[in-house]
Design a binder for this molecule. Structure first.
Ligand SMILES: [Zn+2]
Length: 313
């Protein structure tokens, strides 16, 4: 669990935990620690000058710090202040577009990336130095690339590739939402947006190849988005067995739970899923989960789907 923290203002995020002073930071972070959270998630309206105080208090309480790079701050500054984790691949790109967009509370944090990501030179000294910084500081990146890929490529009235395989099984109100389309694309920019979507995948691959720890977040429709996120990593060029490790052992290690969780090994807890097929060869097989074993209980997946109005496969 990661407790969200944002600052007040017209773009405040989906939380009532808004902090504007060091005292409010201490109270909020201490409360999250007491409630058993593992981290705090900084959101876009936090004042940059408050970030060091948040990180200091969170670390004192044994919590990790990740999230959005707040507006008027670069990703480099966020990391140099001590952040452990970056959420959302767009913030990696925005580090290089600070000349154009400093206020990332607005949709500019998506549109600027859609317009410029494809043109970013991955071999530039700026990109190379930033990736090295991520590595040196052992920063974990949680790309949530599915949601941005959909934003840049989905069209209104068409169910995009992220949910096409399962849309017919979902309840009508969810299916209807999937028809909304992505960002409004300026006329003539369709190819540029698609190229930028692919640039995000290239960045995921570059980070992985550079030894940056990735974790597989979703930021969208629970469950099914995780399947798609893993498919996207394979599409990016990461071998499927490594993608499965990202979704399991990497996450356990990041949370320091790998003594008990994250791999099927004698002595660890038997929290696992049984899949029909071989996702180490065909990552899409991860969608064919038959059984979930969690905390000593067995769950039959078709029954779980039934309880939330999703048709079995
Ligand atoms: Zn977020």
């Amino acid at each position: 669990m990661s407790g969200i923290l944002d600052g007040p203002g017209p773009f405040a995020g989906p939380t009532k935990v808004l902090v504007d002073t060091e005292q409010e930071i201490r109270d909020a972070v201490d409360n999250y620690a007491e409630l058993g959270y593992q981290g705090v998630k900084i959101y876009s309206s936090i004042q940059p000058e408050l970030v060091p105080a948040i990180i200091k208090r969170a670390h004192q309480k044994g919590l990790r710090v990740g999230g959005h790079v707040p507006a008027f701050m670069t990703a480099r500054q966020f990391i140099e202040a001590g952040a452990n984790e970056m959420q959302h691949i767009n913030f990696v790109f925005l580090n290089f577009f600070f000349d154009e967009v400093k206020d990332t509370r607005t949709p500019a944090r998506f549109t600027t990336v859609a317009e410029r990501a494809a043109k970013l030179d991955f071999n530039s000294s700026e990109v190379r130095a930033f990736v090295q910084l991520l590595k040196d500081k052992q920063v974990v990146v949680d790309p949530t690339v599915t949601i941005f890929y959909s934003m840049f490529t989905d069209r209104p009235g068409v169910i995009g590739s992220a949910y096409a395989p399962i849309a017919s099984r979902l309840p009508p109100q969810i299916r209807r939402e999937l028809l909304a389309g992505g960002l409004p694309i300026p006329k003539g920019s369709e190819q540029q947006y698609r190229d930028s979507a692919d640039a995000m995948l290239r960045m995921v691959k570059l980070l992985h190849d550079s030894g940056i720890t990735l974790v597989a977040g979703t930021d969208n429709l629970p469950g099914f988005t995780l399947h798609r996120e893993l498919e996207m990593y394979v599409q990016a060029g990461i071998p499927a067995p490594e993608v499965l490790r990202i979704a399991t052992l990497n996450a356990a290690k990041v949370l320091k739970r790998d003594a008990d969780l994250g791999s099927i090994t004698p002595g660890k807890l038997a929290d696992m899923i049984l899949v029909e097929g071989d996702p180490a060869r065909h990552i899409g097989d991860i969608r064919n989960t038959e059984l979930v074993i969690k905390d000593g209980k067995l769950y039959e997946v078709p029954k779980l789907y039934q309880t939330i109005g999703v048709l079995p496969r």
